[in-house]
Ligand binder design. Structure first.
Ligand SMILES: *Cc1c(COP(=O)(O)O)cnc(C)c1O
Length: 217
């Protein structure tokens, strides 16, 4: 599938949901993808990208950012506190804030730098033990805790369990966001971004549908 096709499917899903055109940001998830595929998408004018590992992003994006203006990089994977400084220097937005220790580290870096990336709090809507994110019933408290540290919390993020209907998880995330006065939602991937848009996604994270399958070999 092409970038153009994904963009037109997003536009169609926005219309179907009665959402304003352009209200959904497409994050092109470039993790593990070869440089030529990333450059092809940059050449088409796309500028918003997602990576899930700080080190991998550090290895490829600084050089690309010198060649292409206006790149907007989002961290969508788990963040270790010892990588937080590198992350706030490279990414405009972090989608994976999920524990007090990380929040405190980000607050300290924000103080020191006088700036902080936009933050999403990751909610483990499926309560899967292997997955990052705060449990749904602790989300309200954690949002309040982050706000008390003056962190710029913009919204919530989730990754539904692979074997469950994603719409249930998107609806739960939207409900938690609404009751906390948050209006941005990072949800929806290649297989389900239209469903996510129907339920209020403002940021969809689409990788393989744009770039092709990832080759981990
Ligand atoms: C890899 C990844 C995606 C993109 O997945 P695709 O199925 O390739 O679209 C989205 N979100 C997160 C958090 C990811 O790690």
């Amino acid at each position: 599938m092409s970038l153009e096709e994904i963009k037109s499917r997003i536009a169609k899903a926005e219309r179907a949901a009665g959402r304003a055109p352009g209200s959904v940001t497409l994050i092109a998830v470039s993790k593990v993808q070869p440089l030529d595929r990333i450059e092809a998408v940059l050449e088409q004018g796309h500028r918003v990208f997602g990576e899930n590992r700080v080190q991998e992003a550090q290895g490829k994006w600084p050089a690309l950012m010198e060649r292409y203006e206006g790149v907007d990089l989002h961290l969508i994977g788990p963040l270790q506190t010892n990588k937080a400084r590198a992350a706030v220097e490279l990414f405009s937005t972090i989608h994976s804030v999920d524990r007090p220790k990380l929040a405190r580290t980000l607050a300290r870096l924000a103080q020191e730098r006088g700036a902080c990336p936009g933050l999403f709090i990751q909610v483990n809507t499926g309560e899967e033990p292997q997955k990052a994110g705060v449990p749904p019933d602790e989300a309200d408290d954690f949002v309040a805790e982050c706000r008390a540290m003056d962190l710029p919390v913009r919204g919530l993020m989730c990754i539904p369990p692979v074997d469950e209907e994603p719409s249930l998880h998107f609806a739960l995330l939207a409900k938690i966001a609404a009751r906390n006065g948050l209006n941005e939602l990072s949800m929806g991937m290649s297989a389900d971004f239209e469903k996510a848009i129907a339920l209020g996604a403002t940021h969809v994270r689409v990788g393989s549908a744009i770039f092709g399958e990832r080759d981990y070999g």
